[in-house]
Design a protein around this ligand. Structure first.
Ligand code: IMP
Ligand code: MG
Length: 337
């Protein structure tokens, strides 16, 4: 699978970070290019006993030889970017495109008050106001910032060269299908499209160069901020079921609901999914915690997975069975047979 795009099929926070980090290690990915909006994302990676909460860098840093790139469509907050390079000790294999727009303090201020903060309940990261400036063609770009100089590379050129050399490339999406400005629950959504086609555009890869699109779902559904969530449970009920989550980036409570087949089917369509992954299987089926082969998965969990496969008509290739990077049931080989 030389070029694979991975995006979320719900409202974000389905475990993309963990799955990217698994795929990068398992497939010895040569290049991972981060797509999506910017530092409004919060990806959690638990690797070798340490928890990393990333907002800018690709989650594939866990694979020591993987090149880590940020595509020109992505907004960069230079302070967060530089800080995460220190935390992940990845200096030397990071590249950022000169055309990435830069989030400035004024964008964060604007995002923390008024309509965006109060009605949309944005993350306050400055992403919406910065994208607005970008559309107005007044935003500054990475190429204007001396602090970023040593990291500047032509990301589309690097990614497409790797693809043409037959290397494994991952395109890491952020947010989720129903937070898309075009396909999501407008106005309760983020500031651009975040589906698979947009992720490709963010890093400069054309549709003919993509081999696989993996859509990530969680075994139940969550959403932070405003907007509709079909089948929403009370916080008490979510706690009882073990679905009560706190957001990585903003520390807010995530609203929870059961897995939604209507949303999932539409996400498969909107993203052109060739594979689906279901994370947090262990939260629904605790007996599956830490499983790494399909034989270890309980009958009830298998029925849940196979029902998803039947309804979505797409193979469920990867199951998340715990927070650790390697806590995955990988069915790709088995399903090829
Ligand atoms: P903004 O992207 O910060 O403008 O936030 C707009 C809406 O999208 C808010 O409801 C946020 O909570 C939500 N949102 C943005 N990024 C993420 C994410 O990475 N995960 C989950 N929700 C997000
Ligand atoms: Mg998140």
């Amino acid at each position: 699978m030389p070029c694979t795009v991975l995006v979320c099929g719900f409202f974000g926070d389905t475990g993309k970070g963990k799955m990217i980090s698994y795929l990068a290690v398992k497939d010895k990915t040569a290049v991972t290019a981060r797509a999506g909006v910017g530092p409004n994302a919060g990806h959690t990676v638990v690797f070798e006993g340490k928890t990393y909460k990333l907002r800018m860098l690709p989650s594939a840093f866990t694979s020591p030889d993987c090149r880590l790139l940020i595509g020109p469509g992505v907004l960069v907050n230079p302070d967060i970017f530089l800080d995460e390079i220190q935390v992940t000790r990845t200096q030397g294999r990071i590249g950022v495109d000169p055309q990435c727009a830069i989030i400035e303090p004024k964008h964060m201020e604007a995002d923390k008050k008024g309509y965006l903060a109060e009605k949309i309940k944005s993350t306050g990261s400055g992403s919406g106001p910065c994208n607005s400036d970008r559309v107005m063609r007044v935003a500054k770009l990475a190429r204007d910032f001396p602090k970023l100089k040593e990291f500047l590379v032509d990301v589309p050129l690097e990614v497409n060269t790797a693809i043409s050399e037959g290397k494994n490339v991952l395109i890491e999406g952020t947010q989720g299908t129903y937070l898309s400005l075009f396909h999501g629950t407008y106005p309760y959504c983020t500031s651009k499209d975040v589906c698979a086609a947009a992720a490709c555009s963010d890093v400069g890869v054309g549709p003919t160069n993509v081999d696989d699109v993996i859509v990530v779902f969680k075994a139940y559904n969550t959403r932070v901020g405003g907007g509709p969530l079909p089948g929403e449970l009370s916080w008490e009920e979510a706690e009882k079921r073990g679905w009560a989550e706190i957001a990585t980036n903003t520390g807010r409570r995530r609203r929870a609901a059961p897995f939604d087949f209507n949303l999932a089917k539409r996400a498969v369509m909107l993203n052109g999914a060739t594979q689906v992954t279901v994370t947090k299987i262990d939260v629904l089926f605790p007996e599956c915690k830490g499983a790494t082969s399909y034989d270890e998965v309980s009958r009830e969990a298998k029925a849940f997975v196979e029902n998803i496969e039947k309804q979505l008509k797409v193979p469920v290739t990867l199951l998340g069975t715990g927070p650790g990077t390697m806590e995955v049931v990988d069915r790709r080989e088995e399903l090829k047979k």
